[in-house]
Design a protein. Structure first.
Length: 240
């Protein structure tokens, strides 16, 4: 316990991203999955290009970067989609502050916006054409593959948040998940979607509905499209 406290204080004193991550892990606000804000500019170029081919770039198109960290994903998407409205949401106020500072420096483009939140409860139903959750539904401490993940993250929270992300997507809208420690196919929302492209072999440890490690089981990250209501009612699940 003493060593953990010393490590926490070292990170706090170093400041920057280490400080923010340490404080998040200490506070554990409602909705927290990944406390680390690791990101970079144009981090997924091939994926961004694929999405650009699937969605119209018009002013009516609305994109959501869920867990946007310091905003690199939002600003990268803005270069692929030069007319769409793009919103970034992150649980950490300091990171959102950095997003807004960059937004002001780069011209205050009105089609870009940011909010500090750990969920999408304040977002309107069926209001987005794309929701991206990249390296959000995971925790850095699980790289050692502990048998149980419940000390860090819970499947029940994943299931709840995915249900709300499904709510804010329009029928036909896209949900993109990468580097998750749970399987989207295990959630209650999965039956509302069809898989357009799977990413099964990304190497993240996978945990089940009971928060227990599933040795040798691949994840089901990918691009999913929300079915039309009539399709959803007759669907039995996902297939990639």
């Amino acid at each position: 316990m003493f060593h953990e406290w010393v490590r926490f204080m070292v990170h706090v004193l170093r400041g920057g991203e280490r400080r923010r991550s340490a404080l998040l892990m200490r506070r554990r606000p409602q909705g927290l999955f990944q406390p680390y804000g690791t990101t970079q500019e144009d981090r997924y170029p091939e994926l961004f290009q694929s999405i650009h081919q699937l969605l119209a770039d018009i002013p009516q198109t609305r994109l959501l970067s869920f867990g946007c960290s310091t905003g690199e994903e939002v600003f990268s998407l803005a270069r692929y989609f030069q007319q769409a409205h793009i919103r970034g949401v992150d649980i950490d106020a300091g990171r959102i502050g950095q997003c807004q500072a960059r937004w002001r420096r780069e011209g205050r483009e009105c089609r870009l916006s940011f909010a500090c939140a750990g969920d999408v409860a304040q977002e309107e139903t069926a209001s987005y054409d794309l929701v991206m959750a990249m390296a959000v539904f995971r925790h850095g401490a699980l790289g050692a593959r502990p048998a149980d993940c419940s000390a860090w993250i819970h499947f029940d929270d994943f299931d709840r948040v995915l249900g709300d992300l499904a709510r804010v997507l329009k029928p036909g809208g896209l949900l993109v998940i990468r580097h998750a420690n749970f399987r989207f196919g295990d959630t209650g929302a999965a039956a509302l979607f069809e898989c357009l492209r799977g990413e099964a072999a990304l190497g993240s440890p996978i945990y089940g509905r009971d928060d227990r490690l599933l040795p040798g089981v691949p994840g089901d990250d990918g691009i999913y499209r929300k079915r039309l209501s009539s399709q959803a009612s007759s669907s039995r699940g996902l297939s990639c």
